[in-house]
Design a protein around this ligand. Structure first.
Ligand code: SF4
Ligand code: SF4
Length: 433
């Protein structure tokens, strides 16, 4: 099924509170904490307490799965391996680096003199060495996508950022528009594709205005506005709209590779200066924050410092009456905010009020099924999950859930129905284990 027949709904964006404040750089925290976990893969530290490290030096790896490499984001001394809160909602080990504020660079960081003659293999190798991952939240290692044997026609840059509150991609693009076009063009070369298509939400005219002056220099790049509905940023939606082809597994089946806009911007630095993935943008926002802001920070920065630089929590904030969310409000995770550190996939921390008045009973209104973009019946899946009825979970196509969060968003009883559906989906995948 081509997704254009599926549904999407307008949801209140709440982005204005953060859009008005420009992107700020905060590149020198006193300490950073590099998590020894990436996309459910544990990493092995390559350094020990007391070692001196330079910016861009490899500090942790996992050679068994995807050849993951993680780099120091500041220069200084390793002062501890300690537990920190992670956006997965768990506590994980992290390498603590005390910043020496000398900004010493690893020898590998240097200008690339032969950008124009780099081959596909060299471009993909650069992604792998730099530890580039999907900065939109998935965190999948980028080089794996580019090692596909499929013929790729389009590299699609996802700049839709359709969840409410989030403005991190928006700010990053309007701050670095030409870097996005360069990075996207290098990605096109790495895929040996014919075009780059940048998908963005139509109401974000500032993105269009920022990119347009540079477009004549990048003839293979075109812009693709999508409707102001949720989940218009869903990968399958965008790929099927652009390629007019459907697929069941990966976008490569439809001749496309999809990357987030922040990933493309990071890749420009990787190709041109061999700077690995050591920093990312993050939005600190919500009604509980005094001055919602977006920052560009080293990986491992403490979120509490960014909250402080956003004017702190609003006066008299009662923590019981506010949710703390890592990621978007539709798909993010509830967290303990103060000890959380920035990792490669963390694009936002939101502090928003708890909705008053919970009615735990399902009203049977059917709204959750009405909005589901992939035509599921969430209440039936929830019941099947509670009964551990694996066959029924399969018959109800639970595996098709894209975890968009719309069913929970729309539910008048505020039932966490998405969570139940995702549990059902996991149960089906594991065969009831
Ligand atoms: S979370 Fe899953 S079940 Fe709920 S609306 Fe989205 S796709 Fe449908
Ligand atoms: S939207 Fe909520 S109340 Fe309505 S049927 Fe779905 S779970 Fe029940």
């Amino acid at each position: 099924m081509i997704f254009q027949k599926a549904k999407g709904i307008y949801i209140e964006g709440r982005k204005g509170m953060c859009k008005i404040n420009p992107l700020k750089e905060y590149l020198s925290p006193k300490y950073v904490y590099i998590p020894l976990l990436q996309r459910a893969c544990n990493l092995e530290s390559q350094v020990k307490v007391g070692d001196e490290v330079k910016i861009g030096q490899v500090v942790a790896t996992n050679q068994q799965q995807f050849n993951i490499r993680v780099h120091a984001s500041v220069s200084g001394k390793i002062t501890a391996i300690k537990k920190v809160w992670h956006s997965s909602g768990k506590m994980v080990d992290a390498i603590e680096i005390e910043n020496d504020f000398k900004n010493q660079l690893a020898e590998t960081i240097k200008e690339e003199k032969n950008v124009d003659s780099l081959t596909r293999e060299q471009l993909i190798n650069k992604m792998e060495l730099a530890g580039l991952t999907g900065l939109g939240g998935a965190g999948f290692p980028t080089h794996i996508k580019y090692k596909t044997k499929a013929k790729i026609n389009s590299v699609i840059i996802n700049a839709v950022e359709c969840e409410p509150y989030l403005t991190c991609d928006y700010h990053f693009i309007i701050s670095y528009p030409e870097k996005l076009l360069k990075g996207a063009t290098y990605l096109m070369r790495a895929a040996e594709a014919n075009e780059v298509v940048i998908a963005y939400k139509i109401y974000n005219k500032q993105i269009r205005e920022a990119l347009q002056p540079f477009l004549p220099k990048y003839p293979n790049v075109k812009l693709f506005p999508v409707k102001n509905v949720y989940p218009a940023g869903w990968e399958k939606y965008i790929v099927e709209q652009i390629t007019k082809k459907t697929y069941t597994g990966l976008p490569a089946e439809a001749g496309a590779i999809v990357n987030n806009s922040a990933t493309a911007i990071a890749y420009a630095d990787i190709v041109e200066n061999n700077i690995p993935l050591i920093a990312r943008p993050i939005t600190i926002t919500g009604e509980g924050i005094t001055k919602p802001s977006t920052f560009f920070v080293p990986i491992g920065t403490k979120v509490s410092e960014l909250v402080e630089m956003s004017g702190g929590y609003i006066k008299g904030l009662d923590p019981i009456k506010y949710h703390y969310i890592a990621g978007g409000p539709m798909t993010g995770k509830a967290i303990f905010i103060d000890d959380l550190v920035v990792n490669d996939t963390l694009g936002a921390v939101i502090v928003k009020p708890v909705i008053e008045g919970l009615y735990p009973e399902c009203l049977g209104c059917g709204k959750c099924a009405d909005v589901c973009p992939v035509y599921l019946t969430p209440t039936e899946i929830k019941k099947a999950m509670e009964r551990k009825d694996i066959k029924l979970l399969g018959d109800l196509n639970s595996n098709k859930c894209i975890e968009c969060g719309l069913c929970s968003y729309i539910c008048p009883s505020h039932i966490e129905i998405t969570e139940a559906v995702v549990k059902g989906k996991t149960m089906l995948r594991k065969g009831g284990q």
